[in-house]
Design a protein around this ligand. Structure first.
Ligand SMILES: C[S@@+](CC[C@H](N)C(=O)[O-])C[C@H]1O[C@@H](n2cnc3c(N)ncnc32)[C@H](O)[C@@H]1O
Length: 407
């Protein structure tokens, strides 16, 4: 076992609403001996008597991190709320300075305090933050009987969340807002989402028990959502083929997909829904479709889907990065497209291509001969009623799928 001998350059102390009173002797001693004290205004106000150089984050994260760095060698203490590694500044500091330079003393997080007040087991809740993030992230998590803890952006967040729940058919969900948890001003407000009116304190957190109404829109996290989950103009990889396609693409946490000719964006969206850390770029040349992809991504809880409004070949030339997977859902016949996609894939990455025409299938067969991989053919039949008493199984267009791993 090896142990680093590096002295941490930055000490981070998590404090609660009760300020320095609730801290351990070690945390208090650290703050008392600080030469440089960093924190949001709210945090610095909780340590009025500390005679240190005081720096708040008002210059922005990047600039403030530079200022912190310029004081290395002095005793630097950063004040943060609760547990700095639970949706706090801890990860930002470690990303910039490295784990060896950052020493963190956490206090209970607002999530822990919320669960303690609600009598909820932390592993059983889903934590979502809309602090500095789009409200639509919530859409990924709203399903019947789920318990959500939502970190708020400000005092209007409860109204916005209540409106979103109601609009999705979850107006019967019970919202409990906790203001200033752990402090003198702690207050609890409860109401159903559909009845919510109150603007709350800037510092507040929401505990929600989701209840689906009869008109609720809620979706499985498993790939192969119903086709009508996506606004579309027909350019959509249909449900069963989409489920198989996502299985072939096999997203793993942290991986990046480029969805070439994204249509309604369904493949990129289901890729991102598979894990919080999966990201994707949807490449689409048609402006109406590009706008539709953005609406679908927000509605299905992945508003951070990147949309590249461009010709496929141009995007494959100019996009930065090396994707773990590329999906080509159309345009197999565009000369050079498959080669360009293959060239951009990272070694070990996966190319999946769907084609419905005979010519497309032939191009995939030729590509397989050159690069190896697998071909499969998917035929899906649905029952179709004809007249009063006859039902026929009607086949959709057969899809040929290429799956190749780049060595
Ligand atoms: C950036 S997050 C920081 C979370 C922090 N790391 C923690 O462990 O509590 C900020 C959000 O946490 C919530 N929060 C933090 N402290 C709180 C408190 N004492 N009472 C209510 N909400 C709190 C609010 O929703 C606030 O918008």
């Amino acid at each position: 076992m090896s142990k680093s001998s590096t002295q941490p350059s930055v000490h981070v102390v998590g404090i609660g609403e009760d300020g320095l009173v609730g801290l351990t002797p070690i945390a208090k001693a650290l703050i008392d001996s600080a030469e440089v004290l960093v924190g949001g205004e709210r945090h610095l106000d909780k340590a009025p008597d500390i005679k240190a150089l005081r720096i708040d984050w008002s210059a922005g994260f990047g600039a403030t991190l530079d200022i912190i760095k310029s004081h290395f060698g002095k005793r630097i203490v950063v004040l943060a709320s609760g547990d700095p590694f639970h949706f706090g500044v801890g990860a930002t500091l470690v990303r910039r300075f490295g784990a060896d330079h950052v020493f963190v003393l956490p206090s209970p997080s607002s999530i822990s305090l919320t669960c303690a007040r609600m009598g909820w087991s932390i592993p059983d809740v889903t934590v979502v933050t809309i602090h500095g993030r789009a409200l639509e992230h919530l859409n990924l998590h709203v399903t019947d009987k789920v318990r959500l803890v939502v970190l708020a952006r400000d005092g209007k967040s409860p109204q916005e969340v209540a409106a979103l729940l109601t609009q999705r058919g979850f107006g019967g969900s019970k919202i409990t807002v906790w203001e200033h948890l752990g402090g003198d001003k702690e207050r609890k407000i409860e109401a159903l989402a559909q009845d919510w009116t109150e603007e709350c304190a800037q510092l507040c957190i929401l505990a929600i028990e989701c209840v689906a109404g009869s008109d609720a829109r809620a979706y499985s996290r498993l790939a192969g959502l119903p086709d009508d989950a996506f606004e579309n103009d027909g350019q959509l990889t249909k449900r069963e083929v989409r489920a198989v396609t996502l299985s072939s693409l096999a997203p793993k946490p942290g991986e990046v997909l480029w969805d070439v000719g994204a249509g309604a964006g369904s493949i990129a969206i289901e890729w991102m829904r598979s894990s919080r850390s999966c990201t994707a770029v949807a490449i689409e040349r048609d402006p109406d479709r590009a706008a539709r992809i953005a609406r679908n991504a927000a509605n299905l809880g992945v508003p951070k889907l990147k949309i590249e409004h461009a010709e496929a070949l141009e995007a494959l030339e100019t996009l930065e990065g090396t994707p773990d997977a590329v999906f080509v859902g159309g345009g197999v016949g565009i000369p050079g497209l498959l080669d360009a996609a293959w060239a951009r894939l990272k070694p070990g990455g996966c190319l999946v291509v769907n084609a419905v025409t005979v010519e497309g299938g032939a191009a995939l067969s030729a590509f397989k001969t050159e690069h190896g991989g697998d071909l499969l053919r998917l035929t899906v039949e649905h029952a179709e009623q004809k007249g009063q008493s006859a039902t026929f199984m009607t086949a959709m267009r057969t899809v040929t799928q290429y799956i190749g791993a780049k060595s």
